[in-house]
Ligand binder design. Structure first.
Ligand code: ADP
Length: 535
């Protein structure tokens, strides 16, 4: 039986039964004279009970074997087995031992009465019978019989209820015993009324030592603060308070960290609190280990970051110095080759003119590469003093003015929204707009470029978009294009070194922003970047 149905069964046993119409009881009338039986019936039929007739002691005994009777009205003087003999047999049988017997007799002798009472008579009625007296005496036994039946039923209901309660209690106790935590039930002042065996093993006290003692013996700081609004319905469960961490003490004086969950129960005897006490030593050790590991990890990350920053700095310096120092000899190579071409063109014979052209072209390309590397390495080396409140509108104006001839040449149409001001380096922000718009013109489709520059507010940052109707980028290359020297085209198709977007990414990173592209081949591109809002 489930707990719910057990509870239901227990409470239904307690419920007052709905009043049913009184069941009829049986009254046995025994007389050898049919006329007497008729007059008994006449006197008793108004009671509305079942009247059963017998005209001999033997017949009466047969009825009593088969049925229970509220009363037996027994004529004393009968042929064969008389009333007294019949009564003796009635009393000797277990089923009818307690059935009330009323003797009907014409004799009023003491001997007669004693014998009758000896045989268990409850009353004597003397002939001629007065119907009213008969009726009222029988009515008393009818009522007694009904009450006895009711008492029997109640006793049965109580037995059933006790059995259900006992089962529920057994279940509760086995649950309590099976709990992995120490379970201690106590009153609000801490007096312990119930513990499970886990409490004994966890704390080292025996059950008898604990009962009646205070829970603060186990948890010195135990306290229970919730104010209870007394609930009319005591069966209504009160909410549990979970996970309070306290220190618990064993009998030997040692201590351990414990997590305690309180479950209050409002009972007729007052508030009872069940504390589920869990030893969390292992958990605490694991937490401590994790804390130590984290601290160690953080320290190592910090050291590694410092190392990386140092080597990054060194690399940036190297790139800067190398590219800067390379410029000079390269320029000399370039100038002298150009001089060679100018002075001796057509005089050197063979493929010499072509070779000179290759040298000049590649020297020019190398110059551009070195310029871009220098630009890239300079992004971080520009000091913070260049950071100022910068109007992005102005930065865009500057970029468009630098690109004027290419815009006119390509017939590009530029649509722009008003742009916000941010904290930043105006030269670098101009560079971002310039690189993106120049790419939009460079990677245009067959139709004239349509470019839109917009900005929208998003939380504590601005989201800028440079959108074009150009050739677009396959999504799988959307990240790659921001890498150093990363290009999707051969130089013959579109000139460039693959540094423009890498420089944009570096500039925006320095400004606390990000850049990405949303595009598909043939669908134009949306270059998006964020910048923190100025304070
Ligand atoms: P570059 O233009 O010098 O090649 P970038 O770093 O500016 O270098 O761009 C990297 C690559 O990204 C380009 O080679 C090009 O393939 C692609 N790309 C950049 N901008 C666009 C654009 N607006 N539309 C299509 N492709 C673009």
């Amino acid at each position: 039986m489930s707990q719910a149905s057990e509870t239901a069964a227990a409470s239904s046993a307690l419920q007052p039964q709905i009043e049913e119409p009184a069941r009829k009881v049986k009254i046995l009338l025994v007389d050898d004279t049919p006329d007497n039986l008729v007059s008994l019936e006449a006197a008793l039929y108004t009671l509305g009970e079942d009247l059963v007739f017998a005209n001999s002691g033997t017949e009466a005994l047969r009825h009593l074997l088969e049925d229970d009777f509220a009363a037996v009205l027994l004529d004393v003087k009968m042929p064969g087995m008389d009333g007294f003999e019949t009564a003796e047999l009635i009393r000797s049988r277990p089923r009818s031992r307690h059935t009330p017997i009323l003797f009907l007799t014409g004799y009023k002798s003491d001997e007669h009465l004693f014998r009758g009472y000896d045989l268990g008579a409850v009353d004597f009625l003397f002939k001629p019978i007065v119907p009213e007296v008969l009726r009222s005496k029988v009515a008393v036994f009818v009522q007694l019989s009904r009450n006895a039946t009711l008492l029997r039923e109640h006793a049965q209901a109580l037995r059933e209820q006790a059995a259900v309660l006992q089962k529920a209690e057994q279940k509760f106790r086995s649950l309590l015993e099976a709990a992995p935590d120490a379970m201690v039930m106590c009153r609000q002042d801490g007096e312990i009324v119930l513990v499970n065996s886990r409490t004994e093993s966890l704390f080292g006290h025996s059950r008898s030592q604990l009962l009646g003692n205070n829970i603060r013996l186990l948890v010195p700081d135990w306290d229970y603060h919730v104010q209870f609004v007394p609930d009319e319905d005591l069966s209504c469960p009160q909410p549990a308070l979970a996970g309070k961490e306290l220190t618990a003490a064993r009998k030997d004086g040692s201590q351990f960290p414990a997590e305690i969950t309180f479950s209050p129960l409002q009972t007729e005897e007052g508030l009872l609190i069940t504390s589920a006490i869990r030893d969390i030593t292992d958990r605490k050790c694991a937490e401590e280990q994790i804390r130590e590991l984290n601290a160690d990890l953080e320290k190592r990350v910090l050291e590694r970051t410092e190392e990386l920053l140092r080597s990054n700095d060194e690399l940036a310096q190297f790139a800067y110095v190398a590219s800067h120092d390379l410029q000079e000899p390269l320029r000399t190579v370039s100038i002298y080759t150009q001089l060679l071409a100018k002075r001796y063109q057509g005089q050197l014979g063979g493929d010499a003119d072509l070779f000179v052209e290759y040298i000049t072209g590649n020297a020019r390309r190398m110059e551009l590469l070195i310029r871009d590397i220098l630009d890239f390495s300079r992004v971080d080396s520009r000091g913070n003093e260049h950071f100022t409140a910068t109007s992005c509108d102005k930065a865009l104006d500057e970029a468009l003015s630098n690109l004027r001839s290419r815009i006119e040449e390509s017939g590009a149409v530029i649509r722009r929204d008003p742009l916000p001001a941010v904290m930043g380096d105006p030269i670098q922000l101009t560079r971002v707009f310039q690189n993106l718009i120049s790419n939009s013109i460079k990677y245009r489709s067959r139709v004239p470029p349509q470019i839109a520059v917009t900005a929208q507010s998003r939380g504590n940052e601005w989201l800028f978009t440079v959108e074009d109707n150009g050739i677009g980028i396959e999504p799988e290359y959307a990240e790659k294009v921001f890498g150093i020297f990363k290009r999707l085209h051969v130089r013959g198709e579109h000139p460039g070194n693959g540094m423009g977007l890498a420089i944009c990414k570096k500039i925006l990173g320095r400004h606390g922003g990000r850049i990405w592209v949303e595009s598909a081949l043939g669908k134009g591109s949306k270059f998006r970047f964020t910048l923190p809002k100025a304070n």
